[in-house]
Design a protein around this ligand. Structure first.
Ligand code: ADP
Ligand code: MG
Length: 250
């Protein structure tokens, strides 16, 4: 479902992602861990081309995201095609990014109405069902301001799901939350995994990673230094830098 081949990303002279190769099968959950600054966010952002990249190839369900190879050369795909493929990818950030002046319901219905031409009635019905899914059906008419952090993040997940994406990307979705709210967000993500959503998740919640991940990749200075089943990585990491990182976070 997500295929990344020979991906390189530079910020100026800084080689932030170095030859990333990663395939995430349909319905699989991959958790990405690694020290701060190792390139985790940049990798997720490349997957929906929020971040451009200069070399390599990314496809979502077979469709090129951002660039494609033509005659051995990587070229940028047209904006229209890019935006279409982007709709297949939902993303949830650490900082929720809800529209503050729109109600919860409006936050969720906006994109399907404007980007998918869904009529209001259908969009609202979809939004209500998604709010039920994340346990917030009673919050449809309130402004984000009135929600707790955990509730905001669950709305952000519902909003991403409203585009009916094929894959979901999560960048430290619980890092900005008070500890007592982490569980409710992880629970929603667990449920999504169970329902077969394909997901790439950057998180420091190692227990969650052990429970939910099919595979874990460890990024260090822009390089995948380890890629294995969670049991293996957490029980006997093979790379010394993985050991060092885990000793700090476990
Ligand atoms: P992580 O999410 O693992 O903490 P990031 O992907 O945010 O790491 O960053 C990887 C590296 O790229 C870091 O060294 C960071 O400083 C650098 N970086 C990230 N975004 C930018 C940017 N927009 N411009 C320049 N450098 C950046
Ligand atoms: Mg990050």
């Amino acid at each position: 479902m997500i295929h990344i081949a020979c991906l390189h990303k530079y910020f100026g002279d800084h080689h932030v992602l170095q030859d990333i190769n990663l395939t995430i099968g349909q319905g699989k959950v991959v958790v990405i861990i690694g020290p701060s600054g190792s390139g985790k966010s940049t990798l997720l952002r490349c997957i929906n081309y929020l971040e451009t990249y200069s070399e390599g190839e990314i496809t979502i369900d077979g469709k090129p995201m951002g660039r494609k190879m033509i005659g051995g050369k990587s070229v940028q795909i047209p904006e229209k095609e890019l935006n279409k493929t982007r709709q297949e990818v939902g993303m949830v950030f650490q900082s929720f990014n809800l529209f503050p002046h729109k109600t919860v319901l409006q936050n969720i219905t906006m994109a399907p109405m404007s980007l998918k031409n869904m009529n209001r009635q259908d969009a609202e019905a979809l939004a209500v069902s998604l709010l039920q899914k994340v346990g917030l059906e009673d919050k449809a008419r309130v402004l984000p301001y009135h929600l707790s952090g955990g509730q905001k993040q669950r709305v952000a997940i519902a909003r991403a799901l409203a585009m009916q994406p094929k894959v979901m990307l999560f960048d430290e979705p619980t890092s900005a939350l008070d500890p007592e709210m982490v569980g409710e967000v992880l629970q929603v993500m667990k449920q999504l995994a169970k329902e077969g959503m394909t997901m790439a998740i950057v998180t420091h919640e190692m227990r969650f990673a052990k429970d939910v991940a099919d595979e874990v990749i460890v990024l260090d200075k822009g390089v995948i230094i380890e890629h294995d089943k969670p049991d293996k990585i957490f029980a006997c990491p093979s790379h010394p830098r993985t050991k060092e990182f885990l000793s700090k976070v476990l």
